[in-house]
Design a protein around this ligand. Structure first.
Ligand code: FAD
Length: 456
């Protein structure tokens, strides 16, 4: 009998343990199921769907080069797999284990009827494999990373199987173009392909070009005006490269890649958190934050809209939000500033911001997005103090964001390196650029007062 290979966020042929095992057993039926039902509110956002379209096309091409192909189905994963099993006689399903709560539930449901074999490879280390001396998963990043480092480097990566045998008859596949994953009108993703090449080949190219720059990462990574980071996040999110592959390539290329490798471990850390606390995306990890008096959207709705549109009057925030809209990605330093601005300056519940990121980021990941938003908010298990309020107008010159602002906020292109961070203060604000939604000092006091009230 053939075996089913169930692809999800692991759209690659190399270092793909499920594929490797499936291919060693006999004919393989690779399937991707577009499942908007199982994740409920966490169904894939719009920017991710753009990425998915191109990544699936690329995966199908790669499979065809090996004499195989990708079967596309829609619907609830459990039911789609059962149907495929009935149609083909395949009883066994190989897949990489996923850690989002809805995928863990789906895996349990699939395993009731079919022989589901789960493999590792989404992360450097499966969640829970490093624990505190009390036997618990780590809640704090630093000791987590220290313990995880003891198990590094990860095992060497395995190449794609030389051959993937086909079943004697291929089951039916839906057509990718019928899925409507790409935006129609307006085509807000028109510029995405200037920046991105979804798929395994694009991912590897990205790794290769970053190898030359890895030595600069420590100093360059905080400067949004330059391309100082790897921009691997969407590729890692869709599993087009394994984290182990990235670890080895960058680790070998750089004189000292520690800082970068530790960022890669943040991804493992975030997945460990959602594994230990599945509601991380919708609930405060620190229950004390449930009493936080966030502003009601009936009053704050226009502030939220201005934030989404990059019209807050804070150039660094607006530059970030426009980069996000235009490219599906935002620099990490600016993600922190923009998130902090929404939460503290506008006093809007972090979940509204996380939701916008979910829809607009090509790398939107339940673990990384939720854990980072809660880190900024102060509501996470390991988090910044709420009372430490980031000052965007100080951050912006500190991280030399002038060119970044010029690129994304063209209204300010003519301002000099000083005025551009805070045009109002230099009486240099053009009429085309909005005044600040709220002053820094006023916002800071409002946020601190709200926080004190929540703790009273
Ligand atoms: P690099 O600096 O080159 O890092 C390499 C890889 O390490 C990244 O691709 C990513 O997989 C991982 N990584 C780096 N920083 C983090 C981090 N803080 N947390 C978890 N993993 C990390 N990252 C996502 O992948 N998806 C998200 O949805 C996401 N949402 C975020 C929301 C907020 C509010 C903040 C502050 C950060 C968020 N991040 C998210 C983390 C980080 O901003 C991105 O991973 C990073 O900017 C991606 O760019 P890069 O690949 O060039 O990163």
């Amino acid at each position: 009998d053939p075996v089913i290979l169930w692809f999800r966020q692991d759209l690659r042929l190399s270092d793909q343990a499920a594929l490797e095992q499936a291919a060693s057993e006999g004919p393989v039926i690779p399937v991707y199921i577009l499942d908007d039902a199982t994740p409920k509110q966490w169904k894939m956002g719009s920017a991710q769907r753009w990425w998915l379209h191109h990544s699936l096309r690329s995966l199908d091409d790669s499979l065809r080069r090996k004499g195989s192909r990708l079967i596309l189905r829609r619907g609830k994963s459990v039911e789609a797999l059962q149907r495929l099993s009935r149609e083909t006689g395949a009883k066994r399903v190989h897949a990489l284990a996923h850690y989002e709560p809805w995928w863990r539930n789906a895996e349990k449901a699939v395993a009731r009827d079919l022989d589901l074999q789960l493999h590792g490879g989404m992360l450097l280390l499966p969640p829970g494999s490093v624990r505190t001396s009390g036997g618990k998963p780590y809640q704090i990043y630093t000791p987590f990373a220290r313990a995880a480092m003891q198990h590094m480097p990860p095992p060497v990566v395995s190449p794609a199987p030389a051959e993937i045998a086909s079943p004697h008859k291929w089951p039916k596949s839906e057509s990718l173009d019928d899925w409507g994953l790409l935006p129609s009108k307006p085509d807000w993703a028109a510029h995405f392909s200037d920046d991105w090449s979804p798929g395994e080949a694009g991912a590897r190219q990205n790794v290769a070009s970053f190898m030359d720059e890895a030595d600069e990462y420590d100093t360059a990574r905080n400067l949004p005006s330059i391309e100082g980071t790897s921009r691997l996040s969407p590729h890692l999110h869709f599993g087009e490269v394994s984290p182990a592959y990235v670890w080895h390539r960058i680790g070998d290329a750089a004189t000292d890649a520690t800082t970068f490798l530790k960022e890669l471990l943040w991804r493992d850390y975030a997945h460990t958190q959602i594994w230990a606390f599945p509601a991380y995306g919708s609930q405060n990890a620190r229950a004390g934050f449930d009493r936080m008096p966030w502003r009601d959207l009936r009053e704050a709705g226009s502030d939220l809209a201005a934030w989404k549109q990059g019209q807050t009057g804070y150039p660094i925030v607006d530059a970030g939000m426009r980069q996000l809209w235009t490219t599906g990605w935002m620099h990490n330093r600016v993600r922190m500033i923009a998130a902090s601005f929404l939460i503290k300056h506008l006093l809007i519940d972090w979940r509204h911001g996380a939701q916008w990121f979910w829809d607009t980021l090509v790398d939107a990941s339940y673990a990384n997005n939720s854990v980072n938003w809660q880190w900024v908010a102060g509501s996470g298990v390991d988090a910044n103090l709420f009372s430490r309020i980031m000052a965007p107008l100080t951050q912006s010159p500190k991280f030399e964001a002038a060119d970044y602002i010029r690129r994304w906020v063209p209204e300010l292109v003519h301002l000099d390196d000083k005025a551009i961070h805070d045009p109002d203060a230099f009486e240099a604000r053009p009429r085309s650029y909005p005044p600040k939604r709220v002053g820094h000092r006023e916002a800071r006091e409002r946020a601190l007062a709200a926080y004190r009230r929540s703790r009273a």
